[in-house]
Design a protein around this ligand. Structure first.
Ligand SMILES: Nc1ncnc2c1ncn2[C@@H]1O[C@H](COP(=O)(O)OP(=O)(O)OP(=O)(O)O)[C@@H](O)[C@H]1O
Ligand SMILES: Cc1ncc(C[n+]2csc(CCOP(=O)(O)O)c2C)c(N)n1
Ligand SMILES: [Mg+2]
Ligand SMILES: [Mg+2]
Ligand SMILES: [Mg+2]
Length: 327
């Protein structure tokens, strides 16, 4: 295998998106949006940071790199259309493993009719996958972190902390001889981006969305800061898988708030639109939970508060942070 035969092997034989003009095979790809806004994002995953041989097979490395990016597109309310993959591959990687990685991405891409339209292949010391995505959204209809307003309901999809529990099981070789442990591992390896749910909200004029990559403690702050509001959350309302307590009684609460990599959506919406949000979740077969309320800023800085046993505490912006220096 060399770079060129590899590119030939991953080149799609046909494309699904009608707006594609030029896919893989030239200096760059070309697509032609028809009056919609284009939404784009890039997220990178690096061996030893986001995954290891212990936590993921090549298939899941690929799947998850694309899932994280589709999750960002869902948080913008957009419909995914295209992706590009930039990959750094260590010498010891076999062609078969690299094919598996692409098969992992393709398995998810096919579900959403997303086309692979380009990328870059480079040799290097550690596996790194950087995926760039493009999606479409009706003009002016993107969902921003900055749109939360006082009295909105704060909600979150699914359950939180499962991915972190799966990571713990994988990293520490905890006995996985149980359906419950397999569930956590699956949540870590194969998160489902909430694309369909976000799309079912299109009839609502205003909804704030942010996807949970670092943990809601962090993402709730991002909403508070962007919208210049306070968020008041209730710990007892934050949704979790019931059997997480049995396995991780000491840690699960912290993981719900700052474990990260759940790829659920946290958002806010006006009370009058709450029934549409509930209906959308039902249609998509996912759970949705009210976890708090938006309020006007009490002080000069936006804050997130969390109530537990009726006691009010500031929720710190804890979560996974890269580039931490000098601490
Ligand atoms: N190195 C960078 N150069 C330019 N812009 C960046 C860089 N890193 C992040 N950004 C921009 O900062 C904003 C926030 O990015 P961030 O990566 O925190 O969001 P996210 O993808 O939702 O979170 P996560 O990476 O944890 O999934 C985005 O607009 C992003 O494009
Ligand atoms: C082997 C291994 N060790 C640790 C972790 C945990 N982890 C890595 S990055 C991240 C936050 C999101 O990153 P980003 O902000 O880049 O989206 C988390 C919770 C993992 N997944 N695998
Ligand atoms: Mg990012
Ligand atoms: Mg995001
Ligand atoms: Mg992201």
């Amino acid at each position: 295998m060399d770079e060129f035969s590899f590119i030939d092997s991953i080149r799609p034989s046909y494309y699904k998106q009608p707006s594609l003009v030029k896919g893989i095979g030239d200096d760059a790809a070309v697509f032609r949006p028809s009056g919609q806004d284009v939404v784009t994002a890039v997220d990178t995953m690096v061996e030893g940071v986001h995954f290891s041989r212990k936590t993921m097979s090549p298939f899941y490395m690929g799947y998850r790199a694309l899932a994280a990016n589709l999750s960002d597109l869902s948080a913008m309310g957009s419909t995914p259309a295209f992706y590009l993959v930039s990959i750094v591959v260590p010498e010891e990687w076999e062609q078969e493993e690299l094919n598996e990685l692409y098969t992992g991405m393709k398995s998810l891409a096919d579900e959403y009719s997303v086309d692979l339209i380009g990328g870059d292949t480079v040799s290097g010391d550690q596996l790194s996958i950087s995926v760039t995505v493009f999606g479409y959204v009706d003009r002016g209809k993107s969902r921003y972190r900055s749109s939360a307003k006082p009295d909105d309901i704060v909600f979150v999809t699914g359950t939180l902390g499962d991915s972190r529990a799966g990571l713990e099981i994988l990293l520490n070789d905890l006995s996985i001889d149980s359906k419950e442990a397999a569930f956590f591992i699956e949540r870590h390896r194969r998160p489902v981006p909430r694309v369909d749910f976000a799309q079912s909200l299109l009839s609502i004029e205003r909804v704030t969305l942010n996807d949970v990559s670092d943990g809601i403690a962090s993402e709730a702050h991002e909403i508070a800061e962007a919208s210049q509001v306070d968020l008041h959350l209730t710990m007892e309302d934050v949704p979790f898988t019931d059997f997480i307590k049995k396995w991780f009684n000491k840690s699960y609460k912290e993981w719900m708030l700052s474990g990260g990599e759940d790829f659920e959506l946290i958002g806010t919406v006006a009370g009058e639109d709450w029934n549409v949000v509930e209906e959308a979740a039902k249609e998509c077969g996912i759970s949705i939970t009210k976890i708090g309320t938006v309020k006007e800023m009490a002080h000069e800085q936006p804050e997130v508060y969390i109530y537990e046993n009726n006691e009010k505490k500031k929720l710190m912006k804890s979560g996974y942070t890269h580039l931490k220096r000098g601490e």
